[in-house]
Design a binder for this molecule. Structure first.
Ligand SMILES: [Zn+2]
Length: 551
Protein backbone atom coordinates (compact mmCIF):
# COMPACT_ATOMS: atom_id res chain seq x y z
CA UNK A 1 0.00 0.00 0.00
CA UNK A 2 1.29 3.40 -0.81
CA UNK A 3 0.19 6.72 0.51
CA UNK A 4 -1.09 8.87 -2.27
CA UNK A 5 -1.42 11.90 -0.12
CA UNK A 6 2.23 12.12 -1.02
CA UNK A 7 1.27 11.52 -4.65
CA UNK A 8 -0.88 14.63 -4.76
CA UNK A 9 1.76 16.87 -3.28
CA UNK A 10 4.37 15.33 -5.53
CA UNK A 11 2.21 16.00 -8.52
CA UNK A 12 2.42 19.75 -8.09
CA UNK A 13 6.14 19.40 -7.78
CA UNK A 14 6.37 17.22 -10.86
CA UNK A 15 4.22 19.58 -12.89
CA UNK A 16 6.47 22.49 -12.17
CA UNK A 17 9.77 20.62 -12.20
CA UNK A 18 9.46 18.39 -15.24
CA UNK A 19 11.57 19.85 -18.01
CA UNK A 20 11.58 16.99 -20.48
CA UNK A 21 8.38 18.16 -22.15
CA UNK A 22 7.94 20.77 -24.78
CA UNK A 23 6.02 23.59 -23.14
CA UNK A 24 2.58 23.75 -24.75
CA UNK A 25 -0.59 25.30 -23.33
CA UNK A 26 0.28 23.94 -19.95
CA UNK A 27 -1.32 25.25 -16.81
CA UNK A 28 -1.22 24.50 -13.10
CA UNK A 29 -3.41 21.81 -11.60
CA UNK A 30 -5.63 24.48 -10.05
CA UNK A 31 -6.06 26.29 -13.37
CA UNK A 32 -6.72 23.00 -15.12
CA UNK A 33 -9.44 22.07 -12.64
CA UNK A 34 -10.93 25.53 -12.98
CA UNK A 35 -11.69 24.85 -16.64
CA UNK A 36 -14.52 22.61 -15.36
CA UNK A 37 -17.74 24.63 -15.13
CA UNK A 38 -21.45 24.10 -14.82
CA UNK A 39 -21.95 25.76 -18.22
CA UNK A 40 -19.73 23.23 -19.99
CA UNK A 41 -21.16 20.20 -18.19
CA UNK A 42 -24.66 21.40 -18.82
CA UNK A 43 -23.97 22.05 -22.52
CA UNK A 44 -22.88 18.39 -23.01
CA UNK A 45 -25.92 17.14 -21.14
CA UNK A 46 -28.27 19.37 -23.12
CA UNK A 47 -26.91 18.13 -26.45
CA UNK A 48 -26.65 14.43 -25.59
CA UNK A 49 -30.06 14.15 -23.91
CA UNK A 50 -31.89 16.06 -26.64
CA UNK A 51 -34.83 14.33 -28.34
CA UNK A 52 -33.03 14.60 -31.70
CA UNK A 53 -30.55 11.94 -30.49
CA UNK A 54 -33.45 9.54 -30.02
CA UNK A 55 -32.00 7.92 -26.94
CA UNK A 56 -28.54 7.10 -28.43
CA UNK A 57 -29.17 3.42 -29.00
CA UNK A 58 -26.11 1.46 -30.18
CA UNK A 59 -26.24 1.01 -33.94
CA UNK A 60 -28.90 3.71 -34.44
CA UNK A 61 -28.44 7.17 -36.07
CA UNK A 62 -28.84 8.98 -32.73
CA UNK A 63 -25.82 7.15 -31.36
CA UNK A 64 -23.92 8.25 -34.45
CA UNK A 65 -24.71 11.90 -33.65
CA UNK A 66 -23.56 11.39 -30.06
CA UNK A 67 -20.32 9.76 -31.25
CA UNK A 68 -19.62 12.62 -33.66
CA UNK A 69 -20.23 15.12 -30.87
CA UNK A 70 -17.68 13.40 -28.63
CA UNK A 71 -15.03 13.36 -31.40
CA UNK A 72 -15.57 17.09 -31.94
CA UNK A 73 -15.11 17.72 -28.23
CA UNK A 74 -11.95 15.60 -28.10
CA UNK A 75 -10.53 17.45 -31.10
CA UNK A 76 -11.32 20.86 -29.64
CA UNK A 77 -9.63 19.88 -26.36
CA UNK A 78 -6.48 18.81 -28.21
CA UNK A 79 -6.71 15.05 -27.64
CA UNK A 80 -5.12 12.55 -30.05
CA UNK A 81 -7.34 9.96 -31.73
CA UNK A 82 -6.98 6.69 -29.81
CA UNK A 83 -9.18 4.31 -31.77
CA UNK A 84 -8.22 1.74 -34.40
CA UNK A 85 -9.80 3.97 -37.05
CA UNK A 86 -9.17 7.56 -35.99
CA UNK A 87 -11.34 8.35 -33.00
CA UNK A 88 -13.34 5.17 -33.47
CA UNK A 89 -12.98 1.56 -32.56
CA UNK A 90 -15.83 -0.07 -34.44
CA UNK A 91 -17.39 -2.86 -32.39
CA UNK A 92 -18.84 -5.59 -34.64
CA UNK A 93 -22.19 -6.60 -33.20
CA UNK A 94 -24.61 -9.41 -33.94
CA UNK A 95 -28.24 -8.67 -33.19
CA UNK A 96 -30.70 -11.42 -32.42
CA UNK A 97 -34.46 -10.87 -32.42
CA UNK A 98 -37.01 -13.41 -31.32
CA UNK A 99 -39.77 -14.22 -33.82
CA UNK A 100 -42.78 -13.07 -31.74
CA UNK A 101 -44.92 -16.03 -32.81
CA UNK A 102 -42.32 -18.62 -31.93
CA UNK A 103 -41.74 -18.65 -28.13
CA UNK A 104 -42.99 -21.93 -26.72
CA UNK A 105 -42.89 -23.46 -23.27
CA UNK A 106 -44.71 -26.68 -22.43
CA UNK A 107 -44.62 -28.41 -19.05
CA UNK A 108 -44.96 -32.22 -19.23
CA UNK A 109 -46.10 -33.90 -16.03
CA UNK A 110 -47.73 -37.30 -15.49
CA UNK A 111 -48.69 -37.50 -19.15
CA UNK A 112 -50.32 -34.05 -19.15
CA UNK A 113 -48.91 -31.26 -21.35
CA UNK A 114 -49.52 -27.68 -20.23
CA UNK A 115 -48.54 -24.85 -22.55
CA UNK A 116 -47.62 -21.60 -20.82
CA UNK A 117 -48.41 -18.19 -22.32
CA UNK A 118 -45.56 -16.10 -23.75
CA UNK A 119 -45.33 -12.68 -22.05
CA UNK A 120 -48.14 -13.47 -19.62
CA UNK A 121 -46.22 -16.29 -17.93
CA UNK A 122 -42.77 -16.46 -19.45
CA UNK A 123 -40.29 -14.40 -21.45
CA UNK A 124 -37.23 -15.42 -23.43
CA UNK A 125 -34.70 -13.87 -25.75
CA UNK A 126 -33.51 -15.12 -29.11
CA UNK A 127 -30.53 -17.36 -29.71
CA UNK A 128 -27.36 -15.46 -30.57
CA UNK A 129 -26.47 -17.68 -33.50
CA UNK A 130 -29.06 -20.32 -34.40
CA UNK A 131 -32.26 -19.56 -36.31
CA UNK A 132 -34.28 -22.27 -34.66
CA UNK A 133 -34.14 -24.09 -31.30
CA UNK A 134 -36.19 -26.91 -29.85
CA UNK A 135 -35.38 -28.85 -26.69
CA UNK A 136 -37.29 -31.20 -24.40
CA UNK A 137 -35.62 -32.34 -21.19
CA UNK A 138 -36.05 -33.06 -17.49
CA UNK A 139 -35.84 -30.12 -15.10
CA UNK A 140 -33.47 -30.02 -12.13
CA UNK A 141 -33.84 -27.28 -9.53
CA UNK A 142 -30.34 -26.01 -8.62
CA UNK A 143 -30.90 -23.18 -6.11
CA UNK A 144 -28.71 -20.22 -7.09
CA UNK A 145 -26.78 -22.38 -9.56
CA UNK A 146 -23.58 -21.52 -7.70
CA UNK A 147 -20.56 -23.78 -7.35
CA UNK A 148 -17.97 -22.03 -5.16
CA UNK A 149 -15.50 -24.63 -3.91
CA UNK A 150 -13.16 -21.89 -2.65
CA UNK A 151 -15.71 -20.98 0.01
CA UNK A 152 -17.17 -24.46 0.47
CA UNK A 153 -20.57 -23.83 -1.15
CA UNK A 154 -22.19 -25.80 -3.97
CA UNK A 155 -25.69 -26.01 -5.37
CA UNK A 156 -24.57 -28.93 -7.53
CA UNK A 157 -23.68 -31.43 -4.81
CA UNK A 158 -25.69 -34.61 -5.31
CA UNK A 159 -27.51 -33.58 -8.50
CA UNK A 160 -26.75 -34.56 -12.08
CA UNK A 161 -27.68 -32.02 -14.73
CA UNK A 162 -26.17 -33.76 -17.76
CA UNK A 163 -28.69 -33.36 -20.59
CA UNK A 164 -31.10 -31.54 -18.25
CA UNK A 165 -32.63 -28.08 -17.98
CA UNK A 166 -31.60 -26.27 -14.80
CA UNK A 167 -34.03 -24.02 -12.88
CA UNK A 168 -32.30 -21.40 -10.76
CA UNK A 169 -32.63 -18.09 -8.91
CA UNK A 170 -30.54 -14.98 -9.49
CA UNK A 171 -27.83 -13.74 -7.11
CA UNK A 172 -25.73 -15.95 -4.79
CA UNK A 173 -25.91 -16.94 -1.12
CA UNK A 174 -25.48 -14.04 1.30
CA UNK A 175 -23.16 -16.27 3.32
CA UNK A 176 -20.49 -15.89 0.61
CA UNK A 177 -17.91 -13.16 1.26
CA UNK A 178 -18.90 -10.00 -0.69
CA UNK A 179 -16.33 -10.37 -3.47
CA UNK A 180 -17.01 -13.95 -4.28
CA UNK A 181 -20.76 -13.37 -3.94
CA UNK A 182 -20.48 -10.70 -6.60
CA UNK A 183 -18.45 -12.95 -8.87
CA UNK A 184 -20.66 -16.02 -8.49
CA UNK A 185 -23.81 -13.92 -9.02
CA UNK A 186 -22.76 -13.29 -12.61
CA UNK A 187 -25.03 -14.95 -15.16
CA UNK A 188 -22.09 -15.80 -17.34
CA UNK A 189 -20.27 -17.58 -14.50
CA UNK A 190 -23.45 -19.53 -13.73
CA UNK A 191 -24.00 -20.46 -17.38
CA UNK A 192 -20.39 -21.62 -17.64
CA UNK A 193 -20.86 -23.82 -14.58
CA UNK A 194 -24.13 -25.31 -15.81
CA UNK A 195 -22.73 -26.00 -19.29
CA UNK A 196 -19.58 -27.59 -17.88
CA UNK A 197 -21.89 -30.07 -16.15
CA UNK A 198 -23.76 -30.84 -19.34
CA UNK A 199 -26.91 -28.72 -18.86
CA UNK A 200 -28.75 -27.92 -22.11
CA UNK A 201 -31.27 -25.31 -20.99
CA UNK A 202 -32.14 -22.94 -18.19
CA UNK A 203 -35.20 -21.59 -16.41
CA UNK A 204 -34.70 -18.36 -14.45
CA UNK A 205 -36.83 -18.04 -11.31
CA UNK A 206 -37.69 -14.70 -9.70
CA UNK A 207 -36.47 -13.85 -6.22
CA UNK A 208 -38.43 -11.42 -4.05
CA UNK A 209 -35.84 -8.80 -4.85
CA UNK A 210 -36.17 -9.13 -8.58
CA UNK A 211 -39.96 -9.04 -8.28
CA UNK A 212 -39.71 -5.79 -6.32
CA UNK A 213 -37.13 -4.11 -8.50
CA UNK A 214 -38.59 -5.18 -11.84
CA UNK A 215 -42.33 -6.02 -11.78
CA UNK A 216 -43.58 -8.60 -14.29
CA UNK A 217 -45.62 -5.85 -16.02
CA UNK A 218 -42.36 -4.35 -17.22
CA UNK A 219 -41.04 -7.71 -18.34
CA UNK A 220 -44.27 -8.18 -20.35
CA UNK A 221 -44.05 -4.67 -21.80
CA UNK A 222 -40.50 -4.96 -23.02
CA UNK A 223 -40.31 -8.66 -23.93
CA UNK A 224 -39.40 -9.26 -27.56
CA UNK A 225 -39.44 -5.53 -28.44
CA UNK A 226 -35.74 -5.06 -29.02
CA UNK A 227 -33.10 -7.35 -30.41
CA UNK A 228 -30.42 -8.62 -28.07
CA UNK A 229 -26.80 -8.02 -29.03
CA UNK A 230 -23.44 -9.71 -28.72
CA UNK A 231 -20.08 -8.58 -30.00
CA UNK A 232 -18.45 -10.72 -32.63
CA UNK A 233 -14.84 -11.83 -32.33
CA UNK A 234 -12.24 -11.96 -35.10
CA UNK A 235 -13.29 -15.50 -36.03
CA UNK A 236 -16.93 -14.35 -36.35
CA UNK A 237 -18.14 -16.06 -33.15
CA UNK A 238 -20.56 -14.25 -30.81
CA UNK A 239 -19.19 -13.26 -27.40
CA UNK A 240 -20.51 -14.90 -24.27
CA UNK A 241 -22.37 -17.49 -26.36
CA UNK A 242 -23.02 -20.95 -24.97
CA UNK A 243 -24.09 -23.08 -27.94
CA UNK A 244 -24.82 -25.96 -25.53
CA UNK A 245 -27.81 -24.02 -24.14
CA UNK A 246 -30.69 -24.89 -26.46
CA UNK A 247 -33.32 -22.87 -24.63
CA UNK A 248 -33.61 -20.41 -21.76
CA UNK A 249 -36.68 -18.89 -20.28
CA UNK A 250 -37.60 -16.35 -17.62
CA UNK A 251 -40.63 -17.39 -15.55
CA UNK A 252 -43.18 -15.25 -13.73
CA UNK A 253 -43.81 -16.19 -10.10
CA UNK A 254 -47.26 -17.53 -11.02
CA UNK A 255 -45.88 -19.71 -13.79
CA UNK A 256 -43.06 -21.00 -11.58
CA UNK A 257 -45.55 -21.81 -8.83
CA UNK A 258 -47.65 -23.71 -11.37
CA UNK A 259 -44.65 -25.53 -12.87
CA UNK A 260 -43.25 -26.66 -9.51
CA UNK A 261 -46.57 -27.57 -7.86
CA UNK A 262 -46.66 -31.24 -6.93
CA UNK A 263 -42.91 -31.72 -7.56
CA UNK A 264 -40.43 -32.50 -4.74
CA UNK A 265 -39.81 -28.76 -4.40
CA UNK A 266 -42.55 -26.12 -4.47
CA UNK A 267 -41.67 -22.65 -5.74
CA UNK A 268 -42.37 -21.13 -2.30
CA UNK A 269 -40.18 -23.80 -0.66
CA UNK A 270 -37.39 -23.18 -3.14
CA UNK A 271 -37.50 -19.43 -2.63
CA UNK A 272 -37.48 -19.83 1.15
CA UNK A 273 -34.44 -22.13 0.89
CA UNK A 274 -32.50 -19.55 -1.13
CA UNK A 275 -33.51 -16.83 1.29
CA UNK A 276 -31.96 -18.86 4.10
CA UNK A 277 -28.95 -19.64 1.87
CA UNK A 278 -29.55 -23.41 2.03
CA UNK A 279 -28.73 -25.50 -1.03
CA UNK A 280 -31.84 -27.60 -1.73
CA UNK A 281 -31.19 -28.82 -5.25
CA UNK A 282 -33.40 -31.60 -6.49
CA UNK A 283 -34.66 -33.11 -9.78
CA UNK A 284 -38.25 -31.92 -10.23
CA UNK A 285 -39.49 -35.07 -11.98
CA UNK A 286 -41.05 -33.08 -14.82
CA UNK A 287 -40.01 -32.34 -18.38
CA UNK A 288 -40.22 -29.05 -20.22
CA UNK A 289 -40.17 -28.24 -23.93
CA UNK A 290 -38.67 -24.92 -24.99
CA UNK A 291 -38.72 -23.65 -28.57
CA UNK A 292 -37.98 -20.41 -30.41
CA UNK A 293 -37.07 -18.88 -33.75
CA UNK A 294 -34.61 -16.04 -34.09
CA UNK A 295 -33.60 -13.62 -36.84
CA UNK A 296 -30.10 -12.11 -36.96
CA UNK A 297 -28.35 -9.06 -38.31
CA UNK A 298 -24.78 -7.77 -38.30
CA UNK A 299 -24.20 -4.13 -37.40
CA UNK A 300 -21.40 -2.06 -35.94
CA UNK A 301 -21.20 0.78 -33.45
CA UNK A 302 -18.08 2.62 -32.28
CA UNK A 303 -16.31 3.12 -28.99
CA UNK A 304 -15.11 6.75 -29.20
CA UNK A 305 -11.54 7.13 -28.00
CA UNK A 306 -9.25 10.10 -27.36
CA UNK A 307 -5.85 10.32 -25.67
CA UNK A 308 -3.99 12.99 -23.72
CA UNK A 309 -0.36 12.11 -24.42
CA UNK A 310 1.76 11.64 -21.28
CA UNK A 311 4.77 13.88 -20.86
CA UNK A 312 7.25 11.51 -19.21
CA UNK A 313 9.15 9.53 -21.87
CA UNK A 314 9.40 6.62 -19.42
CA UNK A 315 5.66 6.54 -18.71
CA UNK A 316 4.00 7.92 -21.82
CA UNK A 317 3.32 4.41 -23.11
CA UNK A 318 1.28 3.59 -20.02
CA UNK A 319 -2.41 4.48 -19.96
CA UNK A 320 -4.95 5.44 -17.35
CA UNK A 321 -8.36 4.83 -18.89
CA UNK A 322 -11.47 6.86 -18.14
CA UNK A 323 -14.68 5.38 -19.46
CA UNK A 324 -18.39 6.13 -19.53
CA UNK A 325 -21.03 4.57 -21.74
CA UNK A 326 -22.31 6.83 -24.47
CA UNK A 327 -25.22 4.63 -25.53
CA UNK A 328 -28.67 4.38 -23.99
CA UNK A 329 -31.81 2.40 -24.69
CA UNK A 330 -33.22 4.38 -27.64
CA UNK A 331 -36.90 4.65 -28.40
CA UNK A 332 -39.06 2.72 -25.96
CA UNK A 333 -42.53 2.71 -24.50
CA UNK A 334 -44.36 5.79 -23.18
CA UNK A 335 -45.47 5.64 -19.57
CA UNK A 336 -49.17 5.93 -18.89
CA UNK A 337 -50.56 9.39 -19.50
CA UNK A 338 -47.70 10.42 -21.80
CA UNK A 339 -46.82 10.05 -25.48
CA UNK A 340 -43.07 10.54 -24.99
CA UNK A 341 -41.25 7.44 -26.25
CA UNK A 342 -37.67 8.70 -26.27
CA UNK A 343 -35.43 7.36 -23.53
CA UNK A 344 -33.17 10.41 -23.36
CA UNK A 345 -30.89 8.93 -20.73
CA UNK A 346 -29.95 12.31 -19.25
CA UNK A 347 -28.53 10.76 -16.10
CA UNK A 348 -27.93 7.36 -17.77
CA UNK A 349 -25.36 8.20 -19.00
CA UNK A 350 -25.23 11.61 -20.74
CA UNK A 351 -24.19 12.86 -17.29
CA UNK A 352 -21.30 10.39 -17.10
CA UNK A 353 -20.09 11.44 -20.56
CA UNK A 354 -20.35 15.13 -19.64
CA UNK A 355 -18.23 14.53 -16.53
CA UNK A 356 -15.69 12.46 -18.46
CA UNK A 357 -15.38 15.10 -21.20
CA UNK A 358 -14.64 17.81 -18.67
CA UNK A 359 -12.03 15.58 -17.01
CA UNK A 360 -10.48 15.27 -20.47
CA UNK A 361 -10.45 19.04 -20.89
CA UNK A 362 -8.77 19.56 -17.49
CA UNK A 363 -6.22 16.79 -17.99
CA UNK A 364 -5.39 18.03 -21.50
CA UNK A 365 -4.71 21.45 -20.02
CA UNK A 366 -1.98 20.07 -17.73
CA UNK A 367 -0.83 16.77 -19.28
CA UNK A 368 0.44 14.32 -16.67
CA UNK A 369 3.35 11.86 -16.94
CA UNK A 370 1.36 8.85 -18.11
CA UNK A 371 -1.03 9.02 -21.02
CA UNK A 372 -4.72 9.22 -20.23
CA UNK A 373 -7.27 7.62 -22.53
CA UNK A 374 -10.96 8.59 -22.61
CA UNK A 375 -13.51 6.15 -24.00
CA UNK A 376 -17.16 6.81 -24.76
CA UNK A 377 -18.33 3.21 -24.77
CA UNK A 378 -21.00 1.72 -26.97
CA UNK A 379 -23.58 -0.98 -26.19
CA UNK A 380 -23.33 -0.92 -22.39
CA UNK A 381 -27.10 -1.19 -22.28
CA UNK A 382 -26.85 -4.36 -24.40
CA UNK A 383 -24.68 -6.07 -21.78
CA UNK A 384 -21.39 -4.16 -21.33
CA UNK A 385 -20.46 -5.03 -24.93
CA UNK A 386 -18.34 -2.02 -25.92
CA UNK A 387 -16.14 -2.26 -22.83
CA UNK A 388 -15.83 -6.03 -23.09
CA UNK A 389 -14.80 -5.73 -26.74
CA UNK A 390 -12.27 -3.02 -25.92
CA UNK A 391 -10.86 -5.06 -23.03
CA UNK A 392 -10.43 -8.04 -25.39
CA UNK A 393 -9.08 -5.94 -28.28
CA UNK A 394 -7.51 -2.88 -26.66
CA UNK A 395 -6.15 -0.23 -29.05
CA UNK A 396 -3.00 -0.08 -26.88
CA UNK A 397 -1.22 -3.13 -25.41
CA UNK A 398 -3.27 -4.58 -22.55
CA UNK A 399 -0.23 -4.61 -20.25
CA UNK A 400 0.17 -0.86 -20.75
CA UNK A 401 -3.25 -0.13 -19.22
CA UNK A 402 -2.63 0.69 -15.57
CA UNK A 403 -6.14 1.48 -14.34
CA UNK A 404 -9.73 2.13 -15.32
CA UNK A 405 -12.07 4.64 -13.72
CA UNK A 406 -15.64 4.32 -14.97
CA UNK A 407 -18.67 6.57 -14.61
CA UNK A 408 -22.22 5.32 -14.95
CA UNK A 409 -25.28 7.34 -14.00
CA UNK A 410 -24.10 9.44 -11.06
CA UNK A 411 -27.22 11.10 -9.63
CA UNK A 412 -27.05 14.69 -8.41
CA UNK A 413 -30.62 14.89 -7.17
CA UNK A 414 -29.54 16.66 -3.99
CA UNK A 415 -26.40 18.28 -2.50
CA UNK A 416 -24.10 15.26 -2.35
CA UNK A 417 -22.11 14.51 0.80
CA UNK A 418 -20.24 11.36 -0.19
CA UNK A 419 -18.62 9.71 -3.16
CA UNK A 420 -17.99 6.00 -3.45
CA UNK A 421 -15.44 4.19 -5.55
CA UNK A 422 -17.02 0.82 -6.15
CA UNK A 423 -14.24 -1.74 -6.05
CA UNK A 424 -11.59 0.82 -5.00
CA UNK A 425 -10.98 -1.12 -1.78
CA UNK A 426 -9.55 -4.00 -3.82
CA UNK A 427 -6.54 -2.09 -5.06
CA UNK A 428 -4.23 0.85 -4.41
CA UNK A 429 -6.82 3.05 -6.19
CA UNK A 430 -8.45 3.62 -2.81
CA UNK A 431 -5.81 6.15 -1.76
CA UNK A 432 -5.88 8.55 -4.72
CA UNK A 433 -9.67 8.31 -4.86
CA UNK A 434 -10.05 9.18 -1.17
CA UNK A 435 -7.63 12.08 -1.51
CA UNK A 436 -9.42 13.41 -4.60
CA UNK A 437 -12.83 13.20 -2.94
CA UNK A 438 -11.55 14.99 0.17
CA UNK A 439 -9.94 17.73 -1.90
CA UNK A 440 -13.36 18.56 -3.34
CA UNK A 441 -15.20 18.52 -0.02
CA UNK A 442 -16.58 14.99 -0.23
CA UNK A 443 -15.98 11.92 1.90
CA UNK A 444 -15.11 8.71 0.03
CA UNK A 445 -17.51 6.33 1.76
CA UNK A 446 -17.38 2.53 1.74
CA UNK A 447 -19.82 0.78 -0.62
CA UNK A 448 -23.24 1.48 0.93
CA UNK A 449 -24.94 -1.42 -0.90
CA UNK A 450 -22.50 -4.32 -1.24
CA UNK A 451 -25.45 -6.67 -1.83
CA UNK A 452 -26.14 -4.89 -5.15
CA UNK A 453 -22.76 -5.98 -6.53
CA UNK A 454 -22.32 -2.72 -8.44
CA UNK A 455 -18.62 -3.41 -8.92
CA UNK A 456 -19.35 -6.32 -11.24
CA UNK A 457 -22.34 -4.67 -12.94
CA UNK A 458 -20.87 -1.89 -15.02
CA UNK A 459 -18.17 -1.39 -17.62
CA UNK A 460 -15.23 -1.32 -15.21
CA UNK A 461 -15.73 -5.05 -14.69
CA UNK A 462 -14.70 -5.72 -18.29
CA UNK A 463 -11.30 -4.25 -17.34
CA UNK A 464 -11.20 -6.09 -14.01
CA UNK A 465 -11.63 -9.35 -15.92
CA UNK A 466 -8.47 -8.48 -17.85
CA UNK A 467 -6.63 -8.05 -14.53
CA UNK A 468 -6.63 -4.22 -14.54
CA UNK A 469 -7.23 -2.43 -11.19
CA UNK A 470 -10.48 -0.53 -11.73
CA UNK A 471 -13.18 1.40 -9.96
CA UNK A 472 -16.57 2.88 -10.64
CA UNK A 473 -16.90 6.36 -9.18
CA UNK A 474 -20.36 7.30 -8.00
CA UNK A 475 -22.25 9.16 -5.26
CA UNK A 476 -23.94 7.64 -2.22
CA UNK A 477 -27.46 8.26 -0.93
CA UNK A 478 -26.39 10.79 1.70
CA UNK A 479 -27.07 14.48 1.26
CA UNK A 480 -25.00 17.19 2.93
CA UNK A 481 -28.35 18.82 3.74
CA UNK A 482 -29.74 16.90 6.74
CA UNK A 483 -33.26 18.00 5.76
CA UNK A 484 -33.07 16.00 2.54
CA UNK A 485 -33.79 12.26 2.40
CA UNK A 486 -31.36 11.31 -0.36
CA UNK A 487 -32.32 7.64 -0.28
CA UNK A 488 -35.96 8.51 -0.99
CA UNK A 489 -35.01 10.70 -3.97
CA UNK A 490 -32.77 7.99 -5.45
CA UNK A 491 -35.43 5.35 -4.91
CA UNK A 492 -37.98 7.55 -6.66
CA UNK A 493 -35.58 8.06 -9.58
CA UNK A 494 -34.93 4.35 -9.97
CA UNK A 495 -38.61 3.48 -9.77
CA UNK A 496 -40.11 6.30 -11.87
CA UNK A 497 -37.40 7.62 -14.21
CA UNK A 498 -34.62 5.04 -14.66
CA UNK A 499 -34.71 3.63 -18.22
CA UNK A 500 -37.87 5.64 -18.92
CA UNK A 501 -38.53 8.64 -21.19
CA UNK A 502 -38.63 10.90 -18.12
CA UNK A 503 -34.89 10.45 -17.47
CA UNK A 504 -34.56 13.67 -19.45
CA UNK A 505 -33.53 17.30 -19.07
CA UNK A 506 -36.42 17.96 -16.70
CA UNK A 507 -34.69 15.98 -13.95
CA UNK A 508 -33.18 18.22 -11.24
CA UNK A 509 -29.40 18.55 -11.11
CA UNK A 510 -27.45 19.93 -8.16
CA UNK A 511 -24.74 21.52 -10.30
CA UNK A 512 -22.47 22.43 -7.43
CA UNK A 513 -22.18 18.72 -6.59
CA UNK A 514 -21.73 17.83 -10.26
CA UNK A 515 -18.90 20.31 -10.75
CA UNK A 516 -17.06 19.14 -7.64
CA UNK A 517 -17.58 15.51 -8.69
CA UNK A 518 -16.07 16.31 -12.10
CA UNK A 519 -13.11 17.96 -10.43
CA UNK A 520 -12.61 14.99 -8.08
CA UNK A 521 -12.75 12.65 -11.08
CA UNK A 522 -10.09 14.70 -12.90
CA UNK A 523 -7.92 14.75 -9.76
CA UNK A 524 -8.03 10.95 -9.68
CA UNK A 525 -6.68 10.93 -13.22
CA UNK A 526 -3.90 13.36 -12.37
CA UNK A 527 -2.92 11.39 -9.28
CA UNK A 528 -2.77 7.98 -10.97
CA UNK A 529 -1.12 9.30 -14.12
CA UNK A 530 1.56 11.21 -12.20
CA UNK A 531 2.37 8.60 -9.57
CA UNK A 532 5.78 6.89 -9.73
CA UNK A 533 4.13 3.48 -9.41
CA UNK A 534 1.26 1.99 -11.34
CA UNK A 535 -1.77 0.86 -9.29
CA UNK A 536 -1.71 -2.67 -7.87
CA UNK A 537 -4.28 -5.12 -6.57
CA UNK A 538 -4.12 -5.58 -2.82
CA UNK A 539 -2.14 -8.56 -1.61
CA UNK A 540 -4.31 -11.68 -1.81
CA UNK A 541 -7.34 -9.80 -3.18
CA UNK A 542 -10.11 -11.97 -4.63
CA UNK A 543 -10.26 -10.16 -8.00
CA UNK A 544 -6.50 -9.78 -8.25
CA UNK A 545 -5.99 -13.49 -7.62
CA UNK A 546 -8.81 -14.42 -9.97
CA UNK A 547 -7.88 -12.25 -12.95
CA UNK A 548 -4.24 -11.17 -12.50
CA UNK A 549 -2.74 -14.20 -10.75
CA UNK A 550 0.86 -13.53 -11.90
CA UNK A 551 0.93 -10.29 -9.89
ZN1 LIG B 1 -28.87 2.12 -18.20
Amino acid sequence: MKANVIGLTLLLFVLSACETRPAPIESSLADALDTITEEKLSAHLTYLADDSLEGREAGQPGYGLAATYVTEQYAEMGLEPGGSDGWYQQVPLATYLLDPDSPTMIVHRDGIDTALKYKEQFAMSGDQVRGEDLVRAEVVYVGFGVHAPDVGYSDYDGVDVEGKIVALFDNAPSTLPGDSRAHYSSRRVKAQEAVSRGAIGSIALRSKRSVESYPWDRVRQTAGKKPGMAWVDLSGAASGYFPEILGSVYLSVDAATQMMAGTPMSFAGARAATESDTPASVPLGIEVTLARKTTHERIESPNVIGVVRGTDPELTDEYVIFSAHLDHTGIGEPVEGSTDKINNGAYDNAMGIALMLEAARAIAAAPPRRSVMFIGLTAEEKGLLGSDYFAHYPTVPSASIVANVNLDMPLFLFPVAELVGFGAEHSSLQAPMSAAAAAEGFVLAPDPMPEENFFVRSDQYSFVKQGIPSSYLDVTLRSSDPEIDGAALVKDHLKNHYHKPSDDLSRPVDWDSAVRFARANARIGFAIANDDDRPTWNEGDFFGEMFAPED
